[in-house]
Design a protein around this ligand. Sequence first.
Ligand SMILES: *Cc1c(COP(=O)(O)O)cnc(C)c1O
Length: 243
Amino acid sequence: MITFEQYKMRADELREQMAAACRDAGRDPSEVRLLAVTKTHDAWAVDYAARHGLALVGENRVQEAASKKPLVSPETAAAMSAGKLKWELIGHLQSNKARLAAELFDRVQSVDGEKLLRHLDRAAGELGKTLPILLQINAGNDPAKFGAEPADAPRLLDTALALPHLRVDGLMTIAPLSENPGEMRQMAVRTFANLRAIRDDLAETRGTALRELSMGMTGDYKEAIAAGSTIIRVGTALYGARE
Ligand SMILES: *Cc1c(COP(=O)(O)O)cnc(C)c1O
């Protein structure tokens, strides 16, 4: 566990780097939001992010979020109920956990199949809410990654748009990993450009905004910002390496 001062230094440094990446790309820094990835860290990680004024935190497992949520500080809990701090699911979701996910999270970024869409829609309906989602696309054609294949994205979006209790905010992707930093950077650039092209095409043909592009993590957020990311999901640069 790090101290809040350590967290604050890292977060401020990251903000500066984000702003510089925005300047380089000719973008307004307010267009790119930071989502703190608190997975594997206890509730303190969420409290730090909230205390430092962040509006988005992400978890990759439903069960982990379910046990962490009751342990956040009263201030964090208040920010959550006031809608100032949103919890997002960024990890793979099985249909049988859709109900719990719809209950726990303000948005699910990792929606990658029709069956999951239908389960989430039914759960949101039962909860009397509209659930915001992103469609996760395997824009890097990475065999090791979840996410819908780019060719299936139009059909997935059409299904999602027809469901009454879901709201599609945009698309999400994860770039492929590689041992070689140069190669990894190239793949990230290609993956992010691809996601953006898919988004632009779908937005035009479906007449829907799909405003959010959730792409970029600790190792590749600069490339993502250059390609038009609106949400970067960062864990390591804020909290240090995970065990
Ligand atoms: C863990 C994770 C991140 C954050 O990764 P870092 O490299 O620690 O910044 C981002 N997105 C997803 C989907 C993740 O699972």
